[in-house]
Design a protein around this ligand. Sequence first.
Ligand SMILES: [Zn+2]
Length: 141
Amino acid sequence: MTAFDRIQDRLEGVQPRGNTASARCPAHDDHKASLSISRARDFHGVVLHCHACRDVDKVLAALKLTRRDLFDNPHDQQRGYTVEAEYPYDDESGRVMYVKERRYPKDFRQYIPLADGSRQCEARLVSCRFHMGCISGMSAA
Ligand SMILES: [Zn+2]
């Protein structure tokens, strides 16, 4: 289930319009569907906006959801980022040397895919001890 569906399921008076929808805002007494729900363009998730209260956190609290639930895969938000794209870099024999990851919020990281399907953070080649982003990335592999 995508975040777009999950959030609409909890709302009342939903009026779907393709990749967006409007609904009554659950954070206050709303008579005219002030809440807009849109599929996010920059990550796999949803953008919420209330034209009346403009308070996303209040809306989420009323729905008993957190900011994590704005992502299609809440685990992504636990890590603090989503992977938008991966760019493999091959050597001359066609073997993948490393993969560059484009993340949201905007960031680029590289890793080396290992034969067993796990990945080695490129920073680990230098020193991975204090590289928290690497450690959380490793546990997700
Ligand atoms: Zn509102």
